[in-house]
Design a protein around this ligand. Structure first.
Ligand code: XLS
Ligand code: NI
Ligand code: NI
Length: 432
């Protein structure tokens, strides 16, 4: 153990604890609908926000002081040691990382790559010792200045090539560590101004880049899911992976709708003008639901503030859609969330995760109760019952002329029925 978390005990389920270092709702072994809570929720810690982010905002730089901040491989190992100490304390099953979070950038591509392989070998040993698994790996194709005009969508083919070469290495290390998914978030795949942008060309580059990534992952036998993470804007003014519907259209265009799924982030859904549950329900309806990033935005500032979840009703509605989609298979609940920049202390990092896991556990239990009760689904089924009748089923195979003749001959005069929204909302509130 490093000394960073000294004095902080291993967190266990203890609803009566008279201190903050206990789970009050998250009992990993508790059974719910035939699975343990740990299997339902599949929690992951995001390496970047917890261990690489220094507390900056647009008006000020670093507020956090961490012994692993620095650009040597020794720093990278101390960072890994501390990260795995935290994983042991929290006992969450998974973590996620980008290449740039875990190794210092080298002077050349070859040096960066060698460092990535070296540190991920070190991860491999630690994963074996602790039992922590990799939910997903990804490449950071947005922080370095070379990516200021995009990675796959860059006007310079050499930058496309550099990004493609980097993704190959990141898929390799994700595969090596038994990662269950590989994520692509198009951080700068979009534009700032149409005045200098050829949108048609950029979209085609992004489509081919994704095809190449899928081809390579399958070629090396990577069995995990490949996920796109939609986001409408930030950092670019307009991003091509705007939301689930846009991503689906893009996947169809490039023949990838059966190969690629989505990693849906709560805050990104809000930025796109949707609710989180809308994005989840749509992904499930389209057959591309993969995984979630469970971090919220500040509703007043309208920005991707990456806060830990703390609203049980919001989380419950999201997990209701996850359960209806059949639950997670390769996916899980990643906390792509960072502390507030005034939360300087080691204990803040632990408390943030404890709170988030408890909120998710409460939300998951409420969602399961809503589903098991069955009244919400029964009301929905009743609303569409006409479509299950012979007449409803026949209608979609008919045509306008036949339908027109039937409406006239039957003298049809349909009457509207109540949608019962308030009744359904009241029902939901009984479980929260
Ligand atoms: C940024 C994204 C990012 C991805 C991984 O807004 O959420 O953190 O999850 O690159
Ligand atoms: Ni985000
Ligand atoms: Ni994210």
């Amino acid at each position: 153990m490093t000394s960073f978390f000294d004095g902080i005990p291993k967190i266990t389920y203890d609803p009566q604890a008279d201190h903050g270092f206990a789970y009050r709702s998250y009992n990993p072994d508790e059974m719910l609908m035939g699975k343990t809570m740990s299997e339902h929720l599949r929690f992951a810690v995001a390496y970047w926000h917890s261990f690489a982010w220094a507390g900056g905002d647009p008006f000020g730089g670093q507020t956090f002081e961490r012994p692993w901040f620095g650009d040597t491989m020794d720093h990278a190992r101390t960072k890994a040691d501390t990260a795995f100490d935290m994983f042991k304390i929290l006992g969450q099953p998974y973590f996620c990382f980008h290449d740039a979070d875990v190794r210092p950038e080298g002077a050349t591509f070859a040096e960066s790559t060698a460092r990535l392989h070296e540190i991920t070998d070190y991860f491999g040993e630690k994963m074996e010792q602790t039992g922590t698994k990799l939910l997903w790996g990804t490449a950071n194709l947005f922080s370095n200045r070379r990516y200021m005009s995009g990675a796959a969508t860059n006007p310079d083919p050499d930058i496309f090539a550099y990004a493609a070469a980097t993704v190959k290495e990141c898929i390799d290390v994700t595969h090596k560590l038994g990662g269950e998914n590989y994520v692509l978030w198009g951080g700068r795949e979009g534009y700032e101004t149409l005045l200098n942008t050829d949108m048609k060309r950029e979209r085609e580059q992004a489509g081919r880049f994704l095809q190449m990534s899928v081809e390579y992952a399958r070629k090396i036998g990577f069995k995990g899911a490949i996920l796109i993470e939609p986001k409408p804007q930030e950092p670019t003014k307009h991003q091509y992976d705007y939301d689930v519907a846009t991503v689906y259209g893009f996947l169809k265009d490039y023949g990838l709708e059966n190969e690629v799924k989505v990693n849906i982030e709560q805050g990104h859904a809000i930025l796109a003008g949707h609710s989180f549950e809308h994005e989840l329900a749509l992904a499930s309806a389209l057959g591309i639901f993969g995984s979630i990033d469970m971090n919220r935005n500040d509703y007043q500032s309208g920005w991707d503030t990456d806060q830990f979840p703390n609203s049980v009703p919001e989380v419950a509605l999201a997990y209701y859609e996850v359960l209806k989609a059949g639950g997670f298979s390769t996916g899980g609940t990643n906390f792509d969330a960072k502390l507030r920049r005034q939360s300087l202390d080691p204990q803040d990092l632990i408390l943030a995760h404890i709170g988030a896991m408890d909120v998710c556990a409460k939300g998951m239990k409420a969602a399961a109760a809503m589903l098991e009760d069955g009244r919400l689904e029964a009301a929905r089924d009743a609303r569409y019952a006409g479509w299950d009748s012979a007449r409803g089923l026949g209608l979609l195979d008919s045509n306008l002329e036949t339908i027109n003749a039937q409406v006239k001959s039957k003298n049809l005069n349909p009457q509207p029925a109540s949608g019962r929204q308030e009744m359904l909302e009241n029902l939901v509130n009984r479980y929260l």
